[in-house]
Design a binder for this molecule. Structure first.
Ligand SMILES: *Cc1c(COP(=O)(O)O)cnc(C)c1O
Length: 443
């Protein structure tokens, strides 16, 4: 096997073509085969069926390290945002790398506790609608920080902590009124959004919180949205946060933590993009410049940037058909497995798992669609691909974040299995659902 993989810039070497020696013996002169780390994808599909989520542990590790390197000059904790991909196998891997976690529900907290009980002390709890049950569970687990988003929530948390005779460490989530140039559904840092508090309002609330013996003011938090590819909005948000930290300290509050949230975007297209390490370095520079001299412990909540490019959804072509001059490729994955195209009109690069070597000049414009009974069930419109045949395998790339996490059983379709590849090793971290799994709760 040729050890020199071809890959796109900005993508970790997780999913790359390797030349196949086997191909040389066959009718084709040579073939490239898409691998995840050292594991050829056709074998995985044969063994475990499709659709199948495949993740690379080495890619996840590489990205965690890139963050740690970029922020090495300041005390920081990476609190991986569980909602991007909440599989226990992934959480366990991240816990072993020393990550903390950002959770937005009691369910996510439970996942973290089951992945690694000791990670509780590095958990931050975000979200506008925490229930008292969820607050109680988080207090009992001894989490690091509650990111509080409203006056009512602050009151509820104080009451809850009082009942448990505990103290809740809090940060207020500031809404910095910064536009993030991302999809409107995942933009969260404008005053018109439901998230956070205005700085002016926050100052009064910090004063109120300081009067409660069951609340301990510990920091300021912010999160302006997701899939943000420019660093300027992060810098703007941090400037607002830094200003507030100064004001709060002059009000006499102790501010140990700044939680900068997540949201760093990744390159989904096949255009040339900066290497990930450079991208994170620019991000670190944007965040750290306004915080210079503040002496805070920085919390980061990346989700997509850690796992997005580390996963692919493997799918098999069921049928080809054409309607009115349009060519369709119907695959066995659907919007229930990967909702991002339908929900956000998201672009995902699609790669044939086997590719002739040299790659054919001839390309076709294809709509890649799933079997679900909705026109919204698509993965690509008018995408130029090398010739695709029935039975071929395709890899929908950069599906590691908000892929399986958003999957559903729509159309009574069992959700895919998930595997974590690490070098040559393959671990099934979630088996494929069965019909019995789907029907178990119904009478
Ligand atoms: C969703 C979310 C994140 C993670 O966002 P990414 O774009 O995946 O990095 C971090 N923090 C909070 C509060 C979130 O809601």
């Amino acid at each position: 096997m040729n050890r020199k993989p071809t890959r796109r810039q900005g993508r970790p070497p997780a999913f790359a073509y390797h030349q196949s020696r086997r191909g040389l013996l066959r009718r084709r002169s040579a073939e490239r085969i898409l691998h995840c780390d050292d594991v050829p994808l056709p074998g995985l599909a044969e063994r475990l069926g499709t659709p199948l989520y495949v993740y690379s542990a080495s890619a996840i590790r590489e990205r965690v390290r890139a963050f740690d390197r970029a922020f090495r000059k300041v005390p920081h904790t990476l609190c991986y945002s569980v909602k991007a991909n909440s599989n226990l196998g992934i959480l366990r891997l991240l816990a072993r790398l020393g990550c903390g976690f950002d959770v937005v529900s009691g369910g996510e907290l439970e996942r973290v506790l089951r992945a690694d009980r000791r990670a509780a002390k590095k958990v931050v709890f975000s979200g506008v609608g925490k229930t008292t049950d969820e607050m109680r569970a988080a207090l009992k687990a001894g989490i690091l920080l509650f990111n509080v988003e409203s006056e009512s929530e602050l009151g509820a948390l104080a009451e809850c902590a009082a009942r448990l005779k505990q103290t809740a460490r809090i940060a207020l989530r500031i809404n910095p009124d910064v536009p993030a140039n991302t999809h409107p559904y995942i933009s969260t840092g404008l005053h018109q959004h439901k998230f956070g508090l205005r700085s002016s309002e926050a100052r009064g609330l910090y004063a109120r919180a300081s009067g409660s013996q069951h609340l301990k003011i510990a920091g300021v938090s912010v999160h302006i949205g997701s899939q943000i590819t420019e660093v300027a909005p992060f810098a703007l948000a941090m400037e607002r946060v830094a200003e507030l930290v100064g004001e709060l300290r002059s009000d006499g509050h102790q501010i140990d933590y700044v939680d900068a949230g997540g949201g760093l975007g990744i390159a989904y297209g096949d255009e040339a993009s900066p290497e990930f390490a450079d991208h994170v370095a620019a991000y670190a520079d944007a965040l750290l410049r306004p915080l210079r001299g503040l002496k805070v412990h920085l919390l980061l909540e990346p989700g997509r940037a850690i796992v997005g490019a580390a996963g692919a959804l493997l799918t098999r072509v069921l049928y080809r058909k054409h309607n009115d001059g349009k060519k369709f490729v119907v695959v066995d994955a659907a919007m229930n497995d990967l909702l991002r195209p339908a929900l956000y009109d998201a672009y995902h690069e699609i790669a044939p798992v086997r590719l002739d070597e040299p790659p054919p000049e001839q390309r076709e414009k294809l709509d890649v669609v799933g079997p679900v009974c909705e026109t919204g069930d698509f993965f690509a419109h008018g995408r130029e691909l090398p010739p695709v045949h029935e039975g071929d395998l395709l890899a929908i790339l950069d599906a590691g974040a908000y892929g399986m996490a958003l999957a559903s059983n729509y159309n009574t379709r069992p959700r895919p299995a998930e595997v974590l590849v690490d070098g040559k090793s393959v671990r099934i971290i979630r088996r494929r659902e069965t019909m019995d799994d789907l029907l178990r709760l119904e009478t």
